[in-house]
Design a protein around this ligand. Structure first.
Ligand SMILES: *[C@@H]1O[C@H](CO)[C@@H](O)[C@H](O)[C@H]1NC(C)=O
Ligand SMILES: *[C@@H]1O[C@H](CO)[C@@H](O)[C@H](O)[C@H]1NC(C)=O
Ligand SMILES: *[C@@H]1O[C@H](CO)[C@@H](O)[C@H](O)[C@H]1NC(C)=O
Ligand SMILES: *[C@@H]1O[C@H](CO)[C@@H](O)[C@H](O)[C@H]1NC(C)=O
Ligand SMILES: *[C@@H]1O[C@H](CO)[C@@H](O)[C@H](O)[C@H]1NC(C)=O
Length: 420
């Protein structure tokens, strides 16, 4: 495939050199995560987002779509300790991260038998995928990933060509959200373990249908597409968490960029690369000059300030690291990698909050539901993942996140474990 020269030039203003923020490696990260791990409620509940004033975590029962992120954060600190060692300043010697991660995962095991999370079983599987990277023969984790993949596969409708995201009162109203692109990874994980071609084909069909119906000509995206499950036709395109039906919700755009880059990683189908690029292009072209990701690209600027979404910023940064590592030329890859570092730098400046329990503030959980200006647990995991990616060419096989992106950052000399 040709190097997309035109977008390189068009995006130049957004990719001026920034340095990797040192906060990515701060000893405050393990300190905060350990304190949260030690204070998880019993019976277990999981942090999802914080209050808006002092940044204290609000905890939710295990049957919640975000429950896998905190256990995965604990595993991510183990990975960092493996990569960087424990030093007096990085704080990584304070916790036995694998033991903590395993203990925190246990509350998710009952969800294999029953949960109400629809397509989000992909997110719930993350800590078990991390466990398998450490211990590939752990039967509990193997059973969990297979059960979650089977759950998602059971939501596939061949007439529509998608897995169903949310359940609806009218079962013929088949709802698919752009976020669902992230959950396809569990199908690839279990395809890798078992060779079950059905899982792979479902992932591909879902991505192809989404590519056709969720992405606009300009590279923006609809949050929700409703299909008729009997006829397969599109009933309507709308938003749930965005500003308006035709706006582009930034976190959805970020999930899409990551998700299509990930599909390209698994298949090498150039249509996925082209889609990830188109969406990435939209994201950067619509980014305001301050480099801060707004919660929706079409939300009005007035009254200022238009709320940011730090989770969209960190998710898209990891998506850009992945995309950058997969690009067809080093020059094209550098555009995305530089953009990722830029976004991380700007969001750290805005939202790093030493006094909060979360690492970052300025998350928008759900603006229409008046839930914003919070910390967000998935923003954190994305942040951790992006820093681990910087040196994960030393990581053991089995990592499902950002291996190639990390290799590129290291080989370009852009970061070390100390952020220098
Ligand atoms: C296997 O994984 C589960 C869940 O991730 C964990 O609770 C358990 O401790 C692990 N078992 C061993 C022997 O490591
Ligand atoms: C492959 O996965 C599908 C979907 O979960 C399942 O129905 C099928 O039985 C699996 N095939 C095998 C051989 O296990
Ligand atoms: C889907 O199509 C069927 C058959 O035309 C119809 O009966 C059903 O009401 C439709 N469902 C929706 C949600 O439009
Ligand atoms: C949204 O886009 C559709 C076409 O995709 C158009 O029919 C509709 O009028 C648009 N709505 C708004 C509010 O712009
Ligand atoms: C970031 O959050 C602070 C409060 O935590 C708020 O005052 C500020 O307006 C927010 N900025 C943006 C761009 O969302």
């Amino acid at each position: 495939m040709r190097t997309p020269i035109s977008f390189l030039a068009a995006l130049a203003p957004f990719v001026s050199a920034q340095t990797v923020p040192a906060q990515l490696f701060s000893g405050l990260i393990p300190q905060k995560v350990l304190a949260t791990a030690k204070s998880l409620p019993a019976p277990i509940q999981y942090p999802q987002y914080t209050d808006t004033s002092v940044g204290h975590w609000l905890d939710f029962v295990p049957d919640t779509w975000t429950s896998g992120f905190f256990p995965t954060t604990l595993y991510a600190l183990n990975t960092r300790k493996t990569l960087c060692g424990a030093t007096p300043t990085n704080g990584l010697s304070t916790g036995d991260w694998v033991t903590l991660g395993r203990a925190a995962s246990n509350g998710l095991i009952p969800l294999e038998a029953h949960n109400n999370q629809g397509h989000d079983v992909g997110f719930l599987s993350f800590p078990f995928v991390e466990e398998l990277a450490i211990n590939p023969t752990n039967q509990t984790a193997l059973t969990a990933v297979k059960a979650f993949a089977a759950d998602l596969a059971a939501r596939f409708n061949p007439v529509v060509g998608c897995t169903r995201s949310w359940d609806t009162a009218d079962p013929t109203d088949f709802t698919v959200i752009i976020d669902n692109m992230m959950n396809l990874e569990i199908l690839w994980v279990v395809y890798g373990l078992t060779g079950n071609e059905t899982l792979r084909n479902i992932a591909i069909t879902h991505a192809d249908t989404t590519m056709k119906n969720h992405i606009r000509a300009d590279g923006g995206s609809w949050h929700v597409v409703e299909y008729n499950s009997t006829t397969g036709s599109v009933i309507r395109k709308r938003t749930s968490q965005g500003f308006s039906d035709n706006s582009t919700w930034s976190r959805g755009e970020a999930w899409g960029i990551y998700g299509f880059a990930n599909m390209y990683k698994h298949t090498k189908d150039p249509n996925y690369l082209a889609t990830a690029r188109r969406m990435g292009n939209y994201f950067l072209k619509n980014l305001p000059s301050d480099g801060i990701v707004p919660w929706d690209f079409n939300a009005p600027l007035i009254p200022a300030p238009r709320p940011a979404d730090s989770s969209a910023a960190t998710i898209v940064a990891t998506g850009f690291l992945l995309l950058g590592s997969l690009e067809t030329s080093a020059a094209a890859g550098k555009v995305w990698i530089d953009a990722a570092i830029n976004l991380l730098s700007h969001i750290t400046t805005l939202a790093w909050r030493p006094s909060w329990q979360s690492l970052l503030s300025n998350g928008t959980v759900n603006w229409p539901a008046n839930n914003f200006l919070t910390g967000i647990v998935y923003g954190i995991i994305a942040l951790l993942s992006s820093c681990r990616a910087q040196s994960n060419n030393k990581r053991a096989a089995g990592d499902y996140y950002y291996i190639k992106a990390g290799n590129d950052l290291i080989s370009m000399g852009l970061a070390t474990c100390t952020g220098s």
